[in-house]
Each structure stands twice: as structure tokens, then as C-alpha cells.
Write a protein that binds this ligand. Sequence first.
Ligand SMILES: Cc1cc2nc3c(=O)[nH]c(=O)nc-3n(C[C@H](O)[C@H](O)[C@H](O)COP(=O)(O)OP(=O)(O)OC[C@H]3O[C@@H](n4cnc5c(N)ncnc54)[C@H](O)[C@@H]3O)c2cc1C
Length: 418
Amino acid sequence: MRILILGAGITGITAAYTLASRGHEVEVVEQEPSAAMQTTFSNGGQLSYSHAQPWANPAVFKKVFGWMLRDDAPLVLRPKADLAMIRWMMHFLLQCQPARADENCERMLRIALYSRKKMHEIVAQTNIEFDYRQQGILHIFSDQKSLDGAIKHAKFQEKLGCHEQILSRQECLAKEPSLQQAHKQIIGGIYSDSDESGDAHLFTQRLAQYCEQHLGVRFSYGVTVNKLHGSKQRITSIATSQGEMRADAYVLALGSYSTLLAKQIDIHLPIYPMKGYSITLPAWKDAPEVSITDDEKKVVFSRLGERVRAAGTAEFAGYNTAIRPVRIEQIFSSFRDLFPHVPTNGADEWACIRPQTPDGPPLVGRTPCANLYLHTGHGTLGWTHGAGTAYLLADIIDQRATEIRLAGYELSRYRKAG
Ligand SMILES: Cc1cc2nc3c(=O)[nH]c(=O)nc-3n(C[C@H](O)[C@H](O)[C@H](O)COP(=O)(O)OP(=O)(O)OC[C@H]3O[C@@H](n4cnc5c(N)ncnc54)[C@H](O)[C@@H]3O)c2cc1C
């Protein structure tokens, strides 16, 4: 089958890899001059398979109204006359109910554990190097209530097959000695030794090169997709900045922009852009070996070869990707809390929008349009889930049984979407 993949972020390229490996004729269309130049470019680097708690959960529900207009909150909402945002927010708040949050957590964990297995297979098959570290992720906590909540959640995940270790303050400092310098109060932590980290940009670029050199995938870079031609039942072609393109099937992997294209054929994707920030510094002597998550600030820290990346925060501000000084300062201040002795001048600063679904899990597979497939909506965990969802997608397109249960990933989970 000839398949056009729209978008060359982590989701577009992992899809190109799985589909071309199955013998399909694959072409990737991307507006940027190379792969992974948008949301996949400078993310937190965590392959946090064990972090399956969706943003929509009862604890966030209690805090969200207080956070709403505070510029230093982990999640900031700028309510405006944007119907899509209001609809998304209503849906998000409904998903904060305990039973919904538990169900969504199970879905996030199911795809995450599968993704870990598939990521290992891709790495073994391609030998790609991407500053990969398999030293686990340590979540640190600074107040007892949050730690107690996280321990309760870890026990819930344990029942679903995810094992994490609960650590005392001393054990946290022993696990990651660079934290001994921290000004921040650390009262304990949760550590998962099967979590990993790596540079998503490097991985995606190198996997794209691998696909081109070994699997015959064609890349049309610098080409913008402007329109889906056809109807809600079937796409006949796409209009691009370089003319019409045709295929038997089309995969939408445009991150937050997937919504705008799907809307043209009356398919409504419940994805809203959620902006985040990162800073990247050169690694210093004694830089962290283990990837860290500061639970209070929702900021993650990953060592990527000779660099250290700090990333996080969530801001609902539409499609605007400009760096707001007051928001990126939250990342700098979280960094200084943990590593007060490390100068941050000269850090690379970055902001981008995550394609976020209200319930958390991504959108994979079929749509009401027979030859349009989704590989999008990966939100805060696209780097972590992108390998697993690409295999699900290939199984769906090939009409094979999926290796894990598909329930909870397709668009059909939203009653009114299509
Ligand atoms: C601050 C931050 C930190 C994060 N940290 C982590 C983390 O630690 N771990 C983790 O798992 N995830 C993390 N994420 C999330 C992860 O980065 C995303 O889920 C993932 O990159 C999304 O990939 P994507 O392929 O859907 O989107 P993208 O990477 O944005 O790819 C979409 C592509 O489509 C192209 N495109 C869009 N419109 C058009 C068009 N009309 N025509 C042609 N091309 C088009 C874009 O140029 C882009 O290349 C983080 C995200 C942010 C912002």
C-alpha cells in the first residue's frame, strides 16, 4: 500500500519505520527542512514508562482553579473566547473523577509498557545512538501529602504490573548524589529503574535517516500540507505547497496541528495545544546520572550526553509558541533549586506545544474516514509512547490483531468526535 505520513516528529518517523518495515511504500511530508524540529526538538528526554498518571486526576482538580491565573503555577490556563479550549477544558475536568483517572492511568501504563518493549526492539534493530541512558527516573517530593498520594498511586500501578521503589530522603541522595547540593527540601522519592532517557531529536533524525537508507522511505521536507481533499468518508488527495499528492492511505502525525487539518473534513479531534518550556546547559562535573522529576514543580531533568536538559510546565495559550520570560523563569528557578552551584547563563531556551488530549492517552488508528489514520495526541509523553503506538498503528492498518488491547486509544472513545 502507498502511505503518506503527514509530519516528521517522533510520531511520524516511528510510523514510517513500522509501516516501511512491513513492506509498505511510505513517503513522509514535513514542512520543516528536517525531522523533529518542532515538539520533538528539545523535550525533557524522559522515557518515563512508569509515569502513567494523566494530568487529569483528582489531585490536579483540587489545584487547577488556584493555579489558573498564577504565572508561576505548573499548569496555567488563560481562559479566552476559544470554543475549542472551553470544550477541551470541560472534558478535562470530567476526566479528573477518580474512576476516570484510574481507567486513563491503566491505558497510559498499558501503552507505556508496550512502548518500552518496542523501543528496545527498535534500538536493537537499528543501532541508533541518541545519548540513551538506562539509569532510571527518580521522582522527588518536597511535601508529605504529595508523597503519600504518589505512594498510593504507585501501589495502584504495582497491581497493573509496574514496579517502583519508594525511597527515603537519604536513599534519594544516595541514588543521585548531585542532589546533595539542592536547596530544595527533598523528603523522599519514588524511583523506577526501568525508566530511561535520551535525546528525542537525535533519535528521530537518525531513525528518519535509517528509514531512508534501509527501508526506502521517501522524505518530502519543506513541504506544507494545506488541505485534505475528499470527504469525511474518503480522502482523494492532499494539497501541499508543492502541489497535489496521492496515496492509498494517509497518517495524520502533525502534532497539535492535526486538529486543524482533520477539521477540514469534519473530523473533530479533542486535542488542544499545551505549551511547555525547556532549557539546555552543558553538563558539569557531577551532573546528574539519573533522570529526575521534581514533582512539585512538574519539571524534569535529563542528562543527554554532554548536556543537561530541564523541561516542563503546561500553559494553555493556543498555538502561540513564543517564549514568555515569566514562564521560562519557572524552569530556571527549578533548576537553581536543585543545582544552585551551577551557572545557567548561556542556556539554550525553547518553547513548544504538546498535542494534548483531555484524558491523556494518545489517538491511534481509525477515523470515520476510511483511508485516514491517526498517530497523534501524544501530549506530555510522545517520546515515551511513540514506539509502542507506531506498532499499534501498523497492526491496525494491516488489519492484524494488535499485541496489546486497543481499547482506549482510538478516536471512537470520544462519542461525539467524528
Ligand atoms: C517542554 C516539553 C517537554 C517534554 N518532555 C517530554 C518527556 O520528557 N518525555 C516524553 O515522553 N515526552 C515529552 N514531551 C512530549 C513530546 O515531546 C511530544 O509528545 C512529542 O514530541 C509529539 O510528537 P509529534 O510527532 O506528535 O509532534 P511534532 O514533533 O511537533 O511533529 C509534528 C510535525 O508535523 C509538522 N507539521 C505540522 N503542520 C504541518 C503541515 N501543515 N504541513 C507539514 N508539516 C506539518 C511539524 O513541522 C512537525 O515536525 C515534552 C514536550 C514538551 C513541549
